[in-house]
Design a binder for this molecule. Structure first.
Ligand SMILES: Nc1ncnc2c1ncn2[C@@H]1O[C@H](COP(=O)(O)OP(=O)(O)OP(=O)(O)O)[C@@H](O)[C@H]1O
Ligand SMILES: O=C(O)c1ccc[n+]([C@@H]2O[C@H](COP(=O)([O-])O)[C@@H](O)[C@H]2O)c1
Length: 198
């Protein structure tokens, strides 16, 4: 009997910190695209961002671990944190396609990433290796990027306006971040005084 190919999604991000929007989008993608697994991929450095993440790689990783540990389908791939320089997705996928042969590979993005997608390194090659799972983000419409060969799989999600910037700003100002991040991440930020939280 022919076995169904495994459907594996990678969810790249700075996760500085991971927040409720990230978790909801991964859950919606997993359900609607019948994913066998979702790997969160913390980036060392987004190639298109000037600023480095505020929290250290080990704090961002620990917050991810604490946020997903009860979710059966979720794991973390730490490969980008161990690489020097910008975290190019193509470089990650060229490695991952060897680790997961005979699988359908996907990369999850929010709709704010669409306008910049054509600037990703080797995007013309990347689109033939993976499908992009697109999650709408308030304020960012479906702006078709016009990249030949691009496969976009649209998730029907409840819009969530939360951003990591909002979490960092509120934590820095001593305001509550309850509901924006899982309770364990909230405690972690306070205990470790991240983002100047007291
Ligand atoms: N609320 C959200 N709705 C939809 N997509 C989101 C949302 N938050 C983040 N994303 C997507 O998740 C991925 C990782 O995002 P990232 O870790 O940079 O969080 P962020 O909230 O965008 O951070 P920052 O505010 O620091 O830019 C990106 O593809 C981004 O588009
Ligand atoms: O490969 C590229 O050129 C590239 C350019 C921009 C963003 N990315 C990836 O997109 C993901 C989103 O990053 P961020 O910082 O917006 O959360 C993260 O995994 C980045 O490494 C990748």
């Amino acid at each position: 009997m022919l076995r169904e190919k495994r459907r594996i999604a990678f969810f790249g991000g700075s996760f500085d910190p991971v927040h409720s929007g990230h978790l909801q989008m991964a859950q919606a993608a997993a359900e609607q695209l019948r994913l066998h697994r979702v790997y969160f991929v913390p980036a060392a450095q987004n190639p298109l961002k000037d600023a480095a993440p505020q929290a250290t790689p080990s704090h961002r990783l620990e917050m991810l671990r604490t946020a997903i540990h009860t979710e059966r389908l979720f794991s973390i791939w730490e490969g980008e944190l161990g690489r020097d320089g910008p975290s190019y997705t193509l470089q990650s996928i060229e490695h991952l396609e060897r680790v997961y042969p005979n699988s359908h590979l996907f990369w999850i993005i929010g709709s704010d990433q669409l306008p910049g997608l054509k600037y990703w390194r080797g995007i013309e090659k990347l689109v033939h290796k993976i499908g992009f799972i697109l999650v709408m983000r308030p304020g960012y419409q479906l702006d078709w990027p016009g990249i030949p060969g691009l496969s976009l799989f649209l998730v029907n999600n409840r819009l969530n306006p939360v951003s990591a910037t909002e979490v960092r700003t509120r934590a820095g100002a001593g305001l509550p971040i309850e509901g924006l991040v899982p309770p364990a991440v909230d405690s972690y930020i306070r205990e470790n005084r991240l983002y100047n939280a007291d």
